[in-house]
Design a protein around this ligand. Structure first.
Ligand SMILES: Cc1cc2nc3c(=O)[nH]c(=O)nc-3n(C[C@H](O)[C@H](O)[C@H](O)COP(=O)(O)OP(=O)(O)OC[C@H]3O[C@@H](n4cnc5c(N)ncnc54)[C@H](O)[C@@H]3O)c2cc1C
Length: 393
């Protein structure tokens, strides 16, 4: 055996770092063309990262939300669109893990995700409802052991590239808008007729076009729990945490560029304080607040996972909403400050200090489920929920 041959490091961090290197090489091109980051997603698959959250007895690695959040942060430092695709896939997997392990079809599906490294998409947004995820207009039709669904899905990220789509609808044609279910449709069980083009300011590589979705599948593919439970117990928390993790990654990369810029200025003029140094300290403090907020949120979620009452409580929903609001708003001043430090080198595309993509991608954070809508939901809960006043407990 050749002892000098290096075995690739199989830690999660090393696997994600290899993906990040590939994502970085194509990030500007992906952004410019608004194209799917196929190279990064292929790398995720070849590092076998698509099924890591799935329990070991279903073929996965049983990795925690915190571990997955860390990978989102690593990849976002190279390409936020690739990190967002990974995050959205993992958010869909979290619903299967939390609510599908006892359902035969969904167990087999999870095994298939692991063996075939499938990419899952999400269709919650609907024409006429927008980001109000807890309401649907469309209704699934169950006819014997078959189900059919047609949805005006105005935003489906990487819809054309997904291997399956998890889609929300009313549970039947007479159900009220909030009586929803989520169904997993495989690629060969639906058609997508494109209705909207994703030509956006940022997050261009997510290719979040709009489609008229038409699907037909065995009715057992409907998740066995009401979507109200899925949203409260897995989807909202994992969305807010994983999104926040990747948004933090965008801000951290902006900071790193600014730090490199300031260090280079310090080397050029030894003995003087380079411009931007004090601002760098301020950015470091802001990043620490964002990081602490996300880490606390992840800890809160992981503790709540073993306590269904806490998971469904108002206090938990308020806390998760607050993580999203804070991280989506706080990353923007950090990136803006980095731009001021790097000046024209940050403003120009194609320099080692370019920050245009970071700034444009980061602006999606406040809109991805509108912060106004989330604040509206939180404010309703605050009519009855008591704000945390201490530091412990
Ligand atoms: C990068 C990216 C990828 C996405 N990928 C997907 C995907 O894969 N699948 C999917 O289903 N969706 C996806 N979305 C859509 C997303 O989840 C939201 O549905 C969408 O961002 C909401 O769009 P909207 O601005 O039309 O918001 P709406 O919720 O329709 O709101 C429109 C405006 O009304 C105001 N508003 C709404 N409600 C309130 C309120 N209660 N109080 C005060 N003001 C209010 C807000 O200011 C908001 O700007 C994606 C979005 C982004 C940015």
């Amino acid at each position: 055996m050749d002892l000098s041959a290096k075995v690739a490091d199989q830690s999660l961090k090393a696997r994600a770092t290899r993906v990040a290197a590939i994502a970085a090489a194509y990030a500007d091109e992906v952004d410019k063309a608004g194209r799917f980051p196929g190279e990064a997603i292929d790398a995720l698959k070849s590092e076998r990262l698509m099924g890591i959250q799935i329990p070991v007895d279903c073929g996965g690695e049983g990795r925690s939300t915190s571990e997955i959040a860390e990978l989102c942060t690593i990849i976002a430092q190279s390409c936020a669109a690739s990190a967002m695709i990974f995050a959205m896939h993992q958010i869909k997997v979290s619903s299967l893990v939390s609510h599908g392990v006892d359902a035969g079809w969904h167990r087999t599906f999870m095994q298939k995700i692991c063996t075939e490294q499938l990419l899952l998409g999400s269709a919650t947004t609907e024409g006429g409802i927008g980001g109000n995820l807890r309401n649907s207009i469309c209704a699934i039709e169950v006819d014997g052991d078959r189900c059919r669904l047609e949805k005006d899905a105005t935003v489906i990220s990487y819809g054309k590239h997904a291997d399956a789509i998890l889609i929300t609808s009313r549970s039947h044609k007479d159900a009220p808008p909030t009586d929803q279910v989520m169904t997993a449709f495989l690629k060969d069980q639906y058609t997508l007729e494109q209705t909207h083009v994703w030509d956006t300011l940022g997050m261009r590589g997510t290719c979040s076009d709009g489609f008229l979705f038409k699907g037909e599948a065995p009715a057992e593919q409907i998740l066995p729990k009401p979507f109200a439970e899925i949203a409260a117990q897995s989807m909202l928390a994992s969305s807010h945490l994983l999104w926040s993790a990747l948004w933090y990654g965008i801000a951290v990369d902006a900071f790193t560029k600014a730090q490199t810029f300031v260090r280079a200025a310090a080397r050029k003029a030894p003995g003087t304080t380079p411009p931007g140094l004090v601002q760098l300290a301020e950015m470091s403090s802001q990043l620490q607040v964002i990081r602490s907020n996300i880490k606390a949120g992840l800890g809160n979620y992981e503790q709540a996972l073993s306590d269904p009452d806490r998971l469904s409580s108002m206090g938990f929903a308020v806390a998760m909403n607050n993580v999203k609001i804070a991280s989506s708003e706080m990353i923007l001043p950090v990136i803006h400050q980095a731009l001021r430090i790097c000046g024209i080198m940050g403003y120009k595309n194609g320099t080692p200090f370019s920050l245009g993509r970071h700034l444009r991608d980061a602006h999606s954070a406040e809109l991805m489920i509108s912060n106004d809508r989330i604040l509206g939901n939180t404010s309703t809960m605050l009519l009855v929920h008591k704000q945390e006043t201490g530091l412990l407990g």
